[in-house]
Design a protein around this ligand. Structure first.
Ligand code: BG6
Length: 480
């Protein structure tokens, strides 16, 4: 039930007429409102369009009808009264006008193009909006956090001119995903994993995020970013740290993030002259996906035919600490691959002597599956019925959701965390910084040459096999 409680927090969305607001933020806010989570919150849209509040409402309603299948006009009417609009740019004088009418607390969400993050943070600060003497003032920033190490550092300095690190919430939406959070719960809420969660028992880890999607109209951003910056530097690197981190002594956002940074700092630097042994890039060519012919990347609208942007990236990392020394972590992600398939898969070593069948390279996997649906899987070797003691692979599978569960999307989770001030699932600057450090040699090497072609609808470039250590192969997109 909604009450007419006066707002205690204003959520100001800068870039409120843009794509992110339409596709992700408003649908998440709508659902949170429908579930009764937004009591006390007033949403204030801010953008350059000279619109009335009613015009903004119309724009949002259209977006909600498009992106929220369960849209209900009655629910929207309730939320609408909690939504306002102001027009303006990032000039501090214009931004200062936001001061009137803010509730005690304010969260500024930068749903803006990346080159405006710095100016927006500065403008808000100069307008006095980072001053949290009377109530909290927080800044939420989307990726990309810089384009490389140097630009990330410039952005950090710009943001820190007026904002403290503890006021800045850097969103990586993967940290709001159920499977990502389950990595922590499953690892640290069960006794049986910890004794074997190390190099003595684990042979390899494969982290895959394969998409059939192409550019989705995001050519301007994507052709400059590429798969390494778009997916590996942030999302896959986060999954990797959650697999590898040490158990925290207490549940505390700072300690958790400390441990994640420790993992990143322990990654063996990729030797600049051997990048080809640690990283592979690819670019899709024309192919068939779901029975449809799709163009190659260079033929996509607005993409220069000679673009060398990678649409697939794979990486091999080693963590040189006591727990992980010698275990390869393979990370890969790509667009226009054969399946929407995503997982974190951990393979244990084989038993020293296998009495009950052939060697079983496809076995002993613990899989945290994200796509096509979330589940936990354990692939093991078990007796096949019959007179002999022959074994065969079996899969113990636990679907993640049960009937009656109430899942929340990543954006819903993270918006609530941001409003509540829980920083555990947001990135601290040093996580961003170390992720860039790891990738610096790869980014430098990839300035030259071009990615290996792979047909749309395939498993990716053939060359990705060269990352594998002896006896390892990439898991097929669709499971072992
Ligand atoms: C985004 C990337 O951060 O994550 C996209 O920019 C990618 O390119 C997306 O498609 C994948 O996440 P999800 O949650 O939409 O599967």
């Amino acid at each position: 039930m909604h009450t007419s409680q006066a707002p205690s927090t204003t959520l100001v969305i800068l870039g409120a007429t843009g794509d992110l607001t339409q596709r992700l933020l408003m649908p998440a806010l709508y659902r949170l409102w429908a579930r009764g989570h937004l009591e006390g919150v007033f949403v204030l849209g801010y953008a350059v369009e000279d619109w009335s509040r009613e015009r903004f409402w119309q724009h949002l309603e259209q977006a909600l009808r498009r992106f929220v299948p369960e849209f209900n006009p009655g629910v929207w009417e309730g939320l609408r009264d909690r939504v306002g609009y102001r027009s303006g740019d990032l000039n501090p004088e214009r931004l200062a006008a936001l001061r009137d009418g803010l509730a005690a607390n304010a969260l500024f969400y930068l749903a803006l193009p990346p080159d405006l993050f710095g100016p927006a943070a500065e403008g808000l600060g100069q307008a006095g909006l980072s001053d949290d003497a009377q109530g909290f003032r927080r800044l939420v920033v989307e990726k990309p956090f810089g384009y490389d190490l140097a630009s990330a550092e410039v952005l950090r300095r710009q943001m820190h001119r007026h904002w403290r690190e503890d006021q800045i919430l850097r969103i990586d939406h993967f940290l709001g995903k159920e499977t990502t959070q389950n990595l922590l719960v499953f690892r640290f809420a069960n006794r049986f994993l910890e004794p074997i969660w190390n190099a003595q028992h684990i042979a390899q880890v494969q982290i895959t995020y394969a998409e059939t999607l192409g550019l989705e109209g995001r050519w301007r951003y994507y052709d400059r970013a590429g798969a390494l910056r778009d997916m590996l530097q942030n999302h896959l690197m986060q999954l990797f740290t959650l697999v590898a981190l040490e158990p925290p002594s207490v549940w505390d956002a700072e300690i958790l993030r400390e441990h994640k940074v420790e993992v990143l700092r322990s990654v063996r630097p990729i030797p600049p002259e051997q990048v080809g042994e640690f990283a592979v890039r690819g670019q899709y060519t024309a192919g068939v996906l779901g029975g449809q012919r799709v163009p190659g990347y260079g033929q996509e609208a607005h993409i220069p035919p000679a673009s060398t942007t990678e649409t697939f990236a794979a990486l091999k990392l080693y963590v040189d600490n006591w727990r992980w020394r010698g275990v390869p972590f393979y990370l890969r992600s790509g667009k226009r691959l054969g399946a929407d398939y995503a997982e974190v898969a951990v393979q244990f070593h084989e038993v020293p002597t296998q009495f009950f069948g052939p060697k079983a390279p496809g076995c002993n996997w613990l899989v945290f599956r994200m796509k096509p649906q979330e589940s936990l899987e354990l692939l093991a070797w078990a007796k096949a019925p019959g007179l002999s003691l022959e074994g065969r692979p079996v899969t113990l599978e636990a679907p993640y959701e049960r009937p009656g569960d109430v899942p929340y999307s990543a954006y819903e989770q993270l918006l609530l965390d941001a409003l509540g001030g829980d920083r555990a699932h947001f990135l601290r600057f040093d996580e961003v910084e170390w992720a860039w450090r790891i990738l610096e040699p790869v980014l430098a090497a990839w300035k030259k040459g071009s990615p290996e072609p792979y047909p749309a609808g395939s498993e990716g470039p053939v060359g990705m096999a060269r990352l594998m250590e002896e006896g390892h192969t990439w898991r097929p997109l669709g499971g072992a």
